[in-house]
Design a protein around this ligand. Sequence first.
Ligand code: WT7
Length: 649
Amino acid sequence: MTDKTYPPTDAMAATAHADKVTYDAMYAHSIADPDGFWRDEGQRLDWITPYTRVKNTSFAAGNIDIRWFEDGTLNVAANCIDRHLATRGDQTAIIWEPDDPNQGAEHITYRQLHADVSCFANVLKAMGVGRGDRVVIYLPMIPQAAYAMLACARIGAIHSVVFAGFSADALAARVNGSAAKVVITADEAPRGGKNTPLKINADKAFDKITTDTAMLVVRRTGGAVAMKDGRDHWLHEMEGQVGNDCPPEPMNAEDPLFILYTSGSTGQPKGVVHCTGGYLVYAAMTHQYTFDYHDGDVFWCTADVGWVTGHSYIVYGPLANGATTVMFEGVPTWPDAGRFWQVCAKHKVNQFYTAPTAIRALMGKGEGFVAGHDLSALKVLGTVGEPINPEAWHWYNDVVGLGRVPIVDTWWQTETGGHLLTPLPGATTTKPGSATLPFFGITPVVLEPETGREIATTEAEGVLCITDSWPGQMRTIWGDHDRFEQTYFTQYPGMFFSGDGCRRDADGYYWITGRVDDVINVSGHRMGTAEVESALVAHRAVNEAAVVGYPHDIKGQGIYAYVSLMAGEAPTEALRKELSEFVRGEIGPIAKPDLIQFAPGLPKTRSGKIMRRILRKIAENDFGALGDTSTLAEPEVVDDLIANRMNRV
Ligand code: WT7
């Protein structure tokens, strides 16, 4: 079953932006002549000052320098809104579907979007925000989240969206890290029928915010909140004081558009920086080709704008293309597991993009929740975030797509701005579980992990690197260019290291095998094990902690924490609960350990290094093959770990 391949239908190949012949020709051109290829593609945007230079990039040690279209100027909001007004002012730009299905959806036209974003931008200006200033956005999935992003882009401010599921502490760290002038939040965030007190979280964060920062509050539910005089402002009150006229600021192509924090192998999240010109060209182009988006289509990406997927494929890519983009406030399983399909039917969604973890969760609830919804408008189904297991792929294909809708499994990262490996619906024969082939301009290589030598044979297995730059690539880590080089360009000098392992098959298809660093993927969310460890050791009872991932039916990977306690602390169930809640408070619900094992000691080498390989094996319930344990300082701790393991499957 898994060997079966799925070629594009003739109808799809005939109408798509790219069939196989076109893909092959365009890909070859993009690699042979990146300058010429991207010089043309850059024309998909409106430039204030046209660029004369296209690609100026270096991956050389000590000189990691990435610039695209560097002498051009443009404005992202003008490209996502203003330039569409003449031809599609009355077309819906955003369909907002609220959490509660009984509350009606909102259809926001490009003309309304223009007014709302301009007004929002003037509010920010009135609060003293200008070019290059940072604004943190901590909002639920409401239209104001998109307005806030575009308002920043309009005036040249740099936004940093913090997922509303992150804790007050995580929010404070991100505000301090970027010295933001304003934090935008809402009274409450409704999700799955429950309201999260976002403003109260933000208030808590302000106890730890050390920068001179004001707060702008969107009224979403009308729930009671306390406003602090001089610091907090209601958006609707401020909007009453400003007008709707806000000319877009001309920005250099290389001016930062946004910062987005993401987990890495250390305890400190990295502020990934994306810039104005290259990012938008790449987000728009991938949105058009990967989903085969055509004028008039309704596109729905179910991600949250707190992640890069929401940036590129709810807001920037679709709006740059003049699309109708759906923004959904709710969750897939409330009021019931048919919610996604009900929304697809209601808005006649043409392209639907979600994560394998959601597909698995819905698959578990049964086909009944899909049947009965008219999904005949669907033309493309997409997945992102983690490798999709063949069972989930087939369910998506057979039950949701009824075998007639192509699936695009898109591999990319916060760092890459847009898709790097993906099928194109009219061009690529798919294989369940494979992200297939590179997008235009992308040069993947597979390296031997130890030597860094490129494996030149078609069939290969190793680590995945990219040898040359593409326009959507991140430019730096906010405030720490050295760390940018350290993280991505030193392990395999001269190349961008993805952190993923992969296999390339005899057809040249790529199969992502997962992270090769200490990053785990929980429900498609990236989590640094070191981040969870630092949260755990911040608790008074914890002496030491080691965190690893283990296979989890729904989440892909679950979080397994080994904890050794301070002398005198008792390993009780109550403490286990307390530690879980503590991590939730430090980082957020997504970081909550699934399993916590109390251990008198952790397995270490004589030089004191924790042997994670052993901890991973035990967490996977695969302790029969622990490999060489002879270098352990105290081999007997392993027996205790096995005897008291938490994952008995
Ligand atoms: C990591 C990036 C930008 C997408 C959302 C997550 C994993 C992502 C796939 C896929 C296998 C995937 C990788 C990657 N990943 N898409 N289609 N198949 N793995 O972005 O939080 O930056 O995480 O997600 O491990 O490195 P992110």
